[in-house]
Design a protein around this ligand. Structure first.
Ligand code: NAP
Length: 251
C-alpha cells in the first residue's frame, strides 16, 4: 500500500472506531504504521474485534471505552492513551450519531444529544489531545463532518448544525494551533454504506443514486483513504480545509 510505514512512531486516537468509517480509519492508520487507540462507547466486542484485526495485520492497537460527550470520560480516555503509548500525534474526531426528525417534531433532548456527541465531543477530544500535541509541536486533527453540514438536509437540522459547527471549529482551531505545526482539517463524506445509512429504503436509495455522478454510495475505504492521507507528511501544508468525499453529490 502506498505510504506504508510513514506513520511509524505516531500514536493515533480514533473516536467511534468500533464500527463503520471509524473502524476502517483505525485500520488504515495502523497500516500506515501508527499505534491506534480504538475508542468506542458501548460496543466493546466490536472494538475488540477491530483491535484483533489490526494486530493480526501486524499493527498495534488498544480499545478504550469513553463517551466523547462527557468531559471526565474524555480526560480519562487521553490519560489512558498517554499512559499506554506515551504520546498523541493524531486525533480523528469520528464518533457521531443521528436522531432525525422534522424540526417541528424534534425533541430538545434529540437536538442536545446530536450536538453533544458530534460537536461538543470533538471539542472535548481536541482540548485533551492538544496538550501532548502542543508539547510535541506536532499534531494532526481530522474532524468527521458531512456534506449535510455544508448543504443541509431536511429532517436533519440537529445533525446539520453539529456538522456545520465542526467546520467552524476546524477553521478556528487551525488558526489557533498552526504555529505549532498542528494541522486541523475536516472531511465531509456524502452517503457512505454503514449502519447510519442502512435505514435508507429502496426508493430513497434509487433517488439518491441518481444525484451522485459516480453512481454509487461511498464506502468506508473511500473516506479512510483521505483521512490517512491528511495524517501523512504529504499533507503537512494542508490545514483548515473541508474536503468532501461524496462521489460528486454536492456538485
Ligand atoms: P456508525 O457506523 O453508526 O458508527 C458510529 C461509531 O461512533 C461507533 O463506533 C459508536 O460506538 C461511536 N459512538 C457513537 N456515540 C459515541 C459517543 N458518545 N462516544 C464515543 N463513541 C461513540 O457511524 P458511521 O456511519 O461510521 O459514521 C462515522 C462518522 O461519519 C460520524 O461522525 C458520522 O456523522 C459521519 N458521517 C457518516 C456518513 C455516512 O453516510 N455513513 C456520512 C457523513 C458523515 P459504539 O459502537 O460503541 O456504539
Amino acid at each position: 500500500m502506498p505510504g506504508e510505514g510513514v506513520l511509524v512512531d505516531r500514536v493515533a486516537v480514533v473516536t467511534g472506531a468500533s464500527r463503520g468509517i471509524g473502524r476502517v480509519v483505525a485500520r488504515q492508520l495502523a497500516q500506515l504504521g501508527a499505534s491506534v487507540v480504538v475508542n468506542y462507547k458501548t460496543q466493546a466486542e466490536a472494538a475488540t474485534r477491530v483491535v484483533a484485526e489490526i494486530v493480526a495485520a501486524g499493527g498495534v492497537a488498544e480499545a478504550i471505552a469513553a463517551d466523547v460527550a462527557r468531559a471526565e470520560a474524555v480526560d480519562a480516555l487521553f490519560r489512558q492513551a498517554l499512559a499506554r503509548f506515551g504520546r498523541c500525534d493524531i486525533l480523528v474526531n469520528n464518533a457521531g450519531i443521528i436522531r432525525d426528525n422534522l424540526l417541528l417534531r424534534l425533541e430538545a433532548a434529540d437536538f442536545d444529544a446530536v450536538l453533544e456527541t458530534n460537536l461538543k465531543g470533538a471539542f472535548l477530544c481536541a482540548r485533551a489531545a492538544l496538550k501532548p500535541m502542543l508539547r510535541q509541536r506536532f499534531g494532526r486533527i481530522v474532524n468527521m463532518s458531512s456534506v449535510v453540514g455544508l448543504h443541509g438536509n431536511p429532517g436533519q437540522t440537529n445533525y446539520a448544525a453539529a456538522k456545520a459547527g465542526l467546520i467552524g471549529l476546524t477553521r478556528a482551531l487551525a488558526k489557533e494551533v498552526g504555529s505549532r505545526q498542528i494541522t486541523v482539517n475536516a472531511v465531509a463524506p456524502g452517503f457512505i454504506e454503514t449502519d447510519i445509512t442502512s435505514h435508507l429504503g429502496d426508493a430513497s436509495r434509487t433517488a439518491l443514486l441518481e444525484r451522485i455522478p459516480l453512481g454509487r454510495l461511498g464506502t468506508a475505504d473511500d473516506v479512510a483513504g483521505l483521512v490517512g492521507f491528511l495524517c501523512t507528511p504529504a499533507a503537512a501544508y494542508i490545514t483548515g480545509q473541508v474536503i468532501a468525499v461524496d462521489g460528486g453529490l454536492i456538485l
